[in-house]
Design a protein around this ligand. Structure first.
Ligand SMILES: [Zn+2]
Length: 762
């Protein structure tokens, strides 16, 4: 069985038609036809591979949680009635917002889908929410597959997870209060599927692998008892992204016909489940990794599932750990990869063959899959024998601590890099213009020589430096014209990483990413950023800040080897970054920013695992940065609205300056930081760069004054709340000019306040 296929198409067909529709180049009919063709290809591919239970409704034009909102009619009032005539436009307006005669229509918020790099749209639910059957997508697509002669299993987000993944529109509102109103819509969908003769339906409840309150557990019992009491197909309850843990008894006791569990992340739950699963219930064993790109060790899977097969017989299903939407489509497209590495990989298409091989091996014996098993054994031996950790992966407490206190360092840094109070800077990137992207593409395709591309980047750097000088910023950046992506750029330059050509996975909507594959020991072969930084600094007497991506973010945004602990792999990356930091310092760069935007998203789903993660994650950041002298200033940047649960980790980074998103959250994070024993400087973002409006100097001065309510003046920096690569120069120039004016006006006000009138001798 399979839990879901990649939705984007092997050649990113979905992106092209959806974006074409938004731009008016593609008609609605054409978009719908592309989607239909894509679904048909997916079902046929799976059937041809020998998958017996094929999922349906795993496809989405944008996001499956948004699809669920539409199915249950949970569309906020501001989007109107969503009459059939404009359903497609309402759908995309929910996802992306829209320009209306009355103003801008705000889309649903977006957030991370558990601990993946996929983002879902957050349902907005409150006391006013009424549910109704708003879309029959799962029913229609079930019928669509049947017309092709394929019986499919519709996949729905389960009702409890749907509610708990939502955002309450009123403070204090309990989302679970909506369960009695929501369940009738699910009953309606299930009844209609049942009438069509649909045999199995899958309800996804990934919340079952997280910490649940007593209320939340009770909601699962209520919901599934109610659904069991009315007409419906047989129900497979699917959990993934972790083990059930203390929810195992709860999940095994729910009145469903099958239970899917993630045996990649939680193999130890298999035995207790075999003991507790009611007679007649199907166990769907997720043994093929849906979150990573490594080939399955078939012999290992057969050994793991052998005893289950003996006890359950045909009540044992073999599946991927989760939907395959989190891995690239087809390895066959990767013709440039090193053959030895390639032999170790499996993308979605190859994972289907693995599922079939495991099921066949279990039911017919290993002789039935002799060839597949031989290949798998060979790869397993090759991986085991390929030089384990030879690079330094060890934890080194002395290397991950700066000797001097934050206070001593501040004194030393004032000598090395004297700055005015409320120093102004930016987060690092400047607009990635069409010309920059074009030059990069020409360089990648060989149409622009290394020398010419180098000269092009230098010209861009000079433009960015001159612009910052004329605006009057205090700490400059080189603008990052040479970076294609903050992780890919480094992965392409570090040993131990490989890049794919077509390995796209959906991040959200039509935004896809191509995560690098970290397959071996990570070391720095040579300098990665030094050339550009030295060039930028040679152009100006103002300090230029060096820009690097941190080890945790490089780890989180890559497909990572699974033959050693993630912490060890992260330490290797940290050592490699540390060498680059040392080279920057020797080259005269005395302010170095190391960004860790993924620190928070790497957090384990279970509270009990979080401290362990944060310990090694912050240690890795320090390992990368703590080798510098006292006078070299380490910056980092964070851009998430919720800081509460990682405030201690931010402090544990031991950076000298932290720039943070604060423009939207109204400086609230500063209060949290000032209440803690945090001693570093803070640069609260005073310009929300995600908003298209250019803020005035007065607005930004007000935000600086708010920051000064929480922190002493000698610890506050002035900066935008994120990098500027997505903005246009026409916005960047006036906004930064206003920002510098705001900092200056507050400085003048402070001087006037401190020195009594009459004593001024200017
Ligand atoms: Zn940011």
């Amino acid at each position: 069985m399979n839990l879901g296929m990649p939705r984007i198409g092997p050649g990113r067909e979905l992106k092209h038609s959806v974006e074409g529709y938004w731009e008016g180049r593609v008609t609605a009919a054409h978009l719908i036809e592309t989607a239909r063709q894509h679904r048909a290809d997916g079902w046929q591919t799976q059937t041809a591979a020998g998958i017996e239970s094929v999922p349906n409704n795993d496809f989405s034009l944008y996001d499956h949680v948004l699809d669920t909102c539409c199915m249950v009619g949970a569309v906020p009032d501001r989007f109107g009635s969503g009459e059939p005539a404009d359903q497609l436009d309402t759908y995309f307006a929910l996802a992306r917002g829209a320009q209306m005669p009355t103003g801008t229509l705000r889309p649903l918020e977006m957030t991370k889908w558990f601990d993946t790099n996929y983002h879902y749209l957050v349902p907005e639910l409150g006391p006013e929410t009424q549910f109704r059957l708003g879309s029959t997508k799962p029913i229609d697509e079930h019928a669509e597959a049947r017309r092709l002669g394929i019986e499919t299993r519709p996949v729905l987000v389960g009702p409890v997870s749907f509610l708990l993944l939502a955002k309450p529109t009123a403070t204090g509102f309990s989302l679970l209060d909506l369960l009695p109103r929501l369940l009738p819509v699910y009953q309606q969908v299930l009844a209609q599927l049942s009438e069509l003769g649909c045999e199995w339906v899958q309800l996804d409840e990934p919340l079952l692998v997280t910490d649940l309150s007593a209320n939340e557990r009770a909601a699962f019992v209520d919901a599934y008892s109610t659904l069991a009491s009315s007409q419906r197909p047989r129900c497979l309850l699917a959990t993934y992204f972790g083990q059930l843990g203390d929810n195992l008894e709860l999940a095994a006791g729910l009145p469903v016909d099958g239970l899917h569990v993630d045996l990649v992340r939680g193999p130890e739950q298999l035995d207790p489940l075999l003991d507790r699963l009611p007679a007649g219930t199907v166990l769907s064993a997720g043994v093929v990794d849906g979150r990573n790109v490594w080939r399955n060790d078939l012999r290992h899977s057969l050994a793991l599932l052998g005893p289950a097969q003996q006890r359950l017989g045909d009540r044992l299903w073999v599946g991927p750990s989760c939907s395959l939407q989190h891995v690239p489509h087809d390895l066959d497209l990767e013709t440039d990869l090193d053959p030895r590495l390639r032999s170790r990989l499996a993308f979605a298409r190859q994972k289907l063959d693995e599922l079939v091989a495991i099921a066949r091996g279990l039911t017919r014996g290993s002789d039935a899959i002799r060839e597949a098993l031989a290949t798998s054994d060979k790869v397993a031996a090759d991986r085991a024998g390929s030089g384990k950790t030879t690079a330094r992966a060890v934890s080194a407490p002395s290397a991950s601590r700066r000797a001097a206190s934050p206070h001593q360092r501040r004194q030393a840094q004032r000598q090395t890099t004297p700055l005015p109070s409320l120093p102004t800077t930016t987060i690092g990137s400047f607009p990635q213009t069409t010309e920059i992207r074009r030059a990069r593409q020409q360089h990648a395709s060989g149409h622009l020589s290394d020398e010419d591309y180098g000269r092009f980047c230098e010209a861009e750097i000079e433009r960015v430096i001159r612009a910052q000088e004329s605006i009057g910023l205090d700490v400059l950046v080189h603008g990052e014209p040479e970076r294609n992506d903050m992780v890919q750029y480094f992965a392409e330059r570090l040993d131990g990483f490989a890049a794919t050509r077509h390995g796209w996975v959906q991040s959200y909507g039509t935004r896809y990413v191509r995560p690098p594959i970290l397959y071996g020991d990570v070391t720095r072969g040579g300098p990665m950023t030094i050339r550009w930084m030295v060039y930028a600094q040679s152009l100006t007497t103002s300090p230029v800040k060096g820009m690097l991506t941190g080890p945790v973010t490089i780890l989180e945004w890559s497909f990572v080897r699974d033959d050693q602990p993630r912490a060890d792999t992260c330490r290797q990356i940290a050592w490699a970054i540390r060498v680059e930091v040392a080279d920057l310092e020797s080259a005269g760069i005395r302010i170095i920013q190391v960004d860790e935007p993924a620190l928070r998203e790497g957090m384990p789903l279970r509270r009990q695992d979080r401290d362990g993660y944060l310990d090694w994650a912050t240690e890795c950041f320090r390992l990368a940065t703590a080798g510098v002298s006292d006078g070299t200033q380490v910056h980092t940047h964070m851009c998430y609205a919720e800081f509460g649960d990682i405030i201690d980790a931010i402090i544990a980074l031991d950076a000298d300056v932290i720039s943070i998103e604060a423009a939207r959250s109204g400086m609230g994070v500063l209060t949290q930081l000032s209440k803690s024993n945090h001693l570093a400087d803070v640069g609260p973002g005073v310009w929300d760069i995600h908003s298209p409006t250019v803020p005035s100097a007065e607005e930004m001065a007000t935000l600086i004054e708010q920051a000064l309510d929480a922190l002493p003046v000698d610890r506050v920096w002035v900066n935008p709340d994120c990098g500027l690569k997505t903005r246009r120069w026409e916005e960047v120039l006036p906004a930064l000019t206003n920002m510098v004016a705001a900092a200056r006006s507050v400085r003048e006000r402070l001087v006037a306040d401190v020195i009594p009138e009459g004593d001024l001798h200017f």
